[in-house]
Design a protein around this ligand. Sequence first.
Ligand SMILES: *[C@@H]1O[C@H](CO)[C@@H](O)[C@H](O)[C@H]1NC(C)=O
Ligand SMILES: *[C@@H]1O[C@H](CO)[C@@H](O)[C@H](O)[C@H]1NC(C)=O
Ligand SMILES: *[C@@H]1O[C@H](CO)[C@@H](O)[C@H](O)[C@H]1NC(C)=O
Ligand SMILES: *[C@@H]1O[C@H](CO)[C@@H](O)[C@H](O)[C@H]1NC(C)=O
Ligand SMILES: *[C@@H]1O[C@H](CO)[C@@H](O)[C@H](O)[C@H]1NC(C)=O
Ligand SMILES: *[C@@H]1O[C@H](CO)[C@@H](O)[C@H](O)[C@H]1NC(C)=O
Ligand SMILES: *[C@@H]1O[C@H](CO)[C@@H](O)[C@H](O)[C@H]1NC(C)=O
Length: 760
Amino acid sequence: MPSQAVALGTLLSLVALRLITTSTAEAQLPPSTGGGGAEECIRRCGSVDIPYPFGFGPDHCALSQAYMLTCNDTGNGTFVPFGWKTVQVLDISLERGHIRVMNFISFYCYDATSQGMDYSRWHWDLTNSVYALSNDNKFVVIGCRTLAFIGNVKDMGKKYMTGCAAMCPIDGNQTLTDMSCSGMGCCQAPIPPGLQYYEVFFDDRWNTSAIHGLSPCSYAVLMESSNLTFSETYVTSPEFNTTYGGRAPMVLDWFIPNKNCQVARTDPGYACVSSNSECVDTASGQGYICNCKRGFRGNPYVKGSDGCQDINECDDPVKYGCHGSCANAPGTFKCFCPRGTRGNASAGPCQKESLPKGVRLGIGIFAGIFSCLVVFLAMEVVLHRRSIKRQALHKQSNQYFQQHGGQLLSQMLRVEGNDNAIIFYEREDIVKATANFDKANIIGEGAQGTVYKATLYVDGIATTVAVKRCKEIDENRKTEFLQELVILCRVSHPNIVKLLGCCLQLEAPVLVYEFARNGTLQHLLHGRPRRHPAVSLATRLRIAVESSRALAHLHNPPHQILHGDVKPANILLGDGCVVKVSDFGCSTIDDSTQVVPKGTMGYLDPEFLYDFQLTKLNDVYSFGVLLIELLTGKKPLVKERKNLTAMLHESLGNGTLDELLDTDIVGEGSMRVIHQAVELASRCIAIPGETRPTMQQVAEELWRLSEQVPERAPPPEDLEGRGFMDTVTALSYGYTTGESETTGFYGLESNAALSIEYAR
Ligand SMILES: *[C@@H]1O[C@H](CO)[C@@H](O)[C@H](O)[C@H]1NC(C)=O
Ligand SMILES: *[C@@H]1O[C@H](CO)[C@@H](O)[C@H](O)[C@H]1NC(C)=O
Ligand SMILES: *[C@@H]1O[C@H](CO)[C@@H](O)[C@H](O)[C@H]1NC(C)=O
Ligand SMILES: *[C@@H]1O[C@H](CO)[C@@H](O)[C@H](O)[C@H]1NC(C)=O
Ligand SMILES: *[C@@H]1O[C@H](CO)[C@@H](O)[C@H](O)[C@H]1NC(C)=O
Ligand SMILES: *[C@@H]1O[C@H](CO)[C@@H](O)[C@H](O)[C@H]1NC(C)=O
Ligand SMILES: *[C@@H]1O[C@H](CO)[C@@H](O)[C@H](O)[C@H]1NC(C)=O
């Protein structure tokens, strides 16, 4: 029966409220707070403080009628302020602009006797008042089959409607959980901000008639959401209704209406009259409230001692988080650690300072000086070590220099008046030039040592040189080595490889030669793909001429030098294939002083083997073989066939010379010249040796022959850049590799050790 509908809410409209005069309040004032004249304002009712702008009784006790309350005795000695006739005020907050009141719970119950729905629905109309429904509230619905709405259907301009449904399992309560209002037996919905009117509706399509045995009633109320602690018994019993006597706490925002701060400040009725107060606009923009500034507290709506006063934070250091000394100041305070302690007094307790400031400063300075000293000493030690190392190196260099006979050599050179003939390179220069004898720079390795291609910087100009690092020489060989050096220094001829200098500061002596870019004659004749490109007769003759001139120069007085190992591998080819005769390093100065002869099988004069006495004639023989090799393009000694000289004699005998000659030069139409050259060669290899021509004669004769065959084509292309170049060059500095045919004879005085190595 809807007849039970209670429209109590209408009674609560503020219009009605304002008509309630305060005349009765005075009479009902609690005796304890009573007394005094008309000017006295009561600021407390029961246990509730009533600060200005709210108040009772005479008009001036409240800011306006809108803030006027009544204080009524509820009948048993307690006094409760009532704002609107029956609405109980719980408390008032100036700072937040809140006033908490008791709101009435709407219900919707099945009445078993009348078999109809019994209900009570509340509405609030705060339109044009100084109150609005706070967002701290939520619309809470409790029930098992309930759909309830909150809304404004009256005011067309501000229409809204929201709501929620509370359900529970039809046959039981086991799934309901305490404390959680989330749809099961309880639901809640937020409301829009700044709301001033609402009504509650229950949807009559949802009723509890079918489950009235379990849950007869549904409830709905707008209440302070933080106050709701849902219990499952709310669904099955009237507990929710009875807890606060059919009511629930609700929060209202109150404010000074119709003006925002900006406007209000210039208004004569500006409410924030206290000093150190400030104006705060309400969130919904319906007005403003006043607050005390930070660090002050009091009532910003009144002047004088009740207004905003400075907070003495130092009175409550725990609350304001000061662990040290505190000094209050208007609106703020200082928190610091007392003298003799240190730390952040705002963050935590201060610590006792262990040492006075002066002492700490002293320690700091001392530590600084000490660490500087340590660093300085460490640097000194490092520098000292380095200098010791450098000195040791220097000493060692000098030692080596002595050991290798550097002093002796200088003397020998000085005696000859030839001081500048040889450069003594510094250890560092050589190490740098060869990148510390980097393996990548090796261009040859042999029995005597290793040859590196190196780049020397002389007066800033880079020069490519060949650096020969000898195997260590023993005491016995020292003199020979030095003699060798002296010989090499003396020789200066365009067709003889030049010794630039040496370095005796390393553990093994190092010789520095000019670098021949185009390999050796050996390579020119045999090293390249056959017949490509052909080496012309003219070129061959020129090479022969230059080689013979070089040898003639060596043989000539005053410094008579025997080469001892004339062979194509020792004929280097420099720029433009100019001949550079090399590797007479182990030659001897003259017959009498010879000690270490050497030779290569095939080029070695057979007569030499009789007595091991090296003479100029031996060189002539070797040159003869070389000349034959130049003309025939054949190696003198090959396992598979007879040796070249024998073949020559044979072909000369039976007139088949032309077959023996290199086909490259046969067609050149200078057969007469070739034959004359062959004839010269055969004289060179004649036995006995006494009939052989001298190198001087050979050179002159060859020169005449070459005159008849002018070198038309440019000399064979430079070979530099070809992959095999470096290996070939390596052979040229007198080093034996596995392929070499050099034979060494050492210790000839005793004739004891004779070792002959054949390379297959
Ligand atoms: C007396 O006051 C208490 C607490 O305010 C209240 O619960 C009780 O109902 C009151 N009794 C009477 C008789 O009004
Ligand atoms: C205040 O109490 C008196 C009697 O105790 C009662 O007559 C009056 O209606 C009450 N006023 C309000 C607003 O409840
Ligand atoms: C309850 O709701 C049902 C249908 O939802 C309806 O048939 C019944 O009449 C309602 N009972 C009451 C008492 O309104
Ligand atoms: C459901 O509620 C009823 C009545 O309140 C109670 O007797 C019963 O024990 C509850 N059931 C469960 C499972 O909690
Ligand atoms: C709910 O409000 C009442 C009335 O002010 C109060 O006594 C109670 O402590 C509040 N409960 C919670 C949980 O805030
Ligand atoms: C709720 O409580 C109020 C006041 O105690 C009472 O008038 C009302 O009938 C109760 N409603 C229900 C459904 O129990
Ligand atoms: C001291 O501590 C507070 C809180 O931890 C911090 O805000 C402040 O910056 C600190 N002051 C100094 C000087 O470190």
